[in-house]
Design a protein around this ligand. Structure first.
Ligand SMILES: [Zn+2]
Length: 378
């Protein structure tokens, strides 16, 4: 929208339109600049730092250092224009503490939707960030313990994360679904009943299919989805969070990583290209998520690396920005608060000196300032 003013009061947008400047005490001149909603990353690990050994740091240095890394990472995330993250796995539910510290003004980081540690079976994926639960009874306990923690810490937007297959980055077997369909359906039923939503790490096709059949709200990674299950995702209103950039990066690691890892990442990357294109063509909801913090990904935030790969795989810039703002907010269930520049919503903005619809890298190369709740951060 050209020549538009945005009036902010008490951290929220109170009006958007022309000729509303008379109501303002302070005016920020944005002539020649572009205002976008703050960017949302649906898949972040805040205690990991994106170095080669990031997944090992939690066990090497313990929880206090992990919490500190989480704080530093969410502060850097905000400063660079990512104003909200969903944190999908940290040891000992640390992300819940980081979210609490942020909400109470102890730290100046992005908004955090924390899943705490990720529920997984004994045959888990990154057990250092896991809550282990094998049987239905254990699952019930784990889910209700998360609920109790969220309530105690005042977390309003409540998500749990489960790990349902191995990962593609390490030497582990990606393998079958760790939970059977009955258990996965039980998880969804119990979480939804308690007004929580579920994210699932799913990389193998057999695992992904079980998660879609169970109706898990967001399928994380989901590289290899047959057409009929993309149709089922659409029918059930499920969302794909594709995390394209990390696998592309690993697939280009020849000479640095083992041939085994490079080859497996190459395969995942090929599957992702196809699934991403087919999901888009079918109108399956896609929200931007990165796996920020993962080994070799580099420092937080990495949402803008993901945007570049989404564009390379055929998504136009306006769709990419929507997937990282409006769509992400909708999926999170807080589109009444964030995700667009509309009266009543929180005043989270990025200000750019180039039009991101024409140049998606404007978020990194032309970031002028960042606002969170109307406050100038950077
Ligand atoms: Zn992850």
């Amino acid at each position: 929208m050209p020549d538009t003013d945005v009036l902010v009061r008490d951290g929220r947008i109170s009006a958007v339109g022309k000729d509303i400047l008379d109501h303002a005490d302070t005016v920020v001149d944005g002539c020649g600049l572009y205002l976008t909603p703050g960017i949302i990353d649906m898949h972040v690990h805040s205690t990991w730092d994106g170095s080669a050994i990031s997944e090992d740091l939690d066990e090497m240095y313990g929880s206090y250092q992990a919490f500190l890394r989480s704080v530093l990472n969410v502060e850097a995330t905000l400063k660079h224009g990512v104003t909200t993250i969903r944190e999908v796995g940290s040891p000992h539910d640390i992300s819940v503490e980081t979210a609490w510290a942020m909400e109470h003004g102890y730290i100046k980081g992005c908004r955090i939707i924390p899943c705490g540690s990720a529920i997984q079976s004994i045959y888990g994926h990154v057990p250092s960030i896991g809550t282990i639960a094998n049987t239905k009874d254990e699952l019930l306990y784990a889910i209700r313990a998360k609920k109790a923690l969220f309530v105690k810490k005042g977390i309003r937007c409540q998500w749990i994360k489960i790990m349902d297959t191995g990962g593609a980055a390490g030497l582990e077997d990606i393998g079958p679904s760790m939970y059977d369909l009955d258990q996965l359906s039980f998880i969804v039923h119990e979480a939804h009943r308690l007004h929580m939503k579920v994210a699932v790490h799913a990389v193998s096709q057999e695992g992904i299919i079980e998660c879609i059949r169970a109706g898990i709200d967001t399928i994380e990674h989901g590289p290899d989805i047959p057409d009929e299950y993309l149709d089922m995702m659409k029918e059930k209103n499920l969302t794909l969070v594709p995390t394209l950039a990390i696998y592309k990066l690993l697939s280009e690691g020849k000479g640095v990583l083992s041939d085994f890892m490079v080859n497996r990442s190459l395969l995942v990357t090929q599957q992702q290209r196809s699934t991403f294109a087919r999901a888009r063509a079918k109108g399956v909801r896609i929200a931007l998520g990165t796996d920020a913090g993962s080994p070799l990904f580099g420092p937080h935030p990495v949402a803008f690396k993901e945007m570049t790969v989404m564009e390379e795989y055929g998504m136009p810039a306006d769709e990419i920005i929507t997937s990282a703002t409006e769509t992400a907010a909708e999926v999170l269930g807080i589109d009444n608060e964030i995700g667009s520049i509309e009266a009543g919503k929180l005043a989270d903005f990025d200000v750019l000196s180039e039009n991101p619809y024409k140049k998606i890298t404007a978020f990194t190369e032309n970031l002028v300032s960042v606002y969170l709740g109307g406050e100038l951060i950077h």
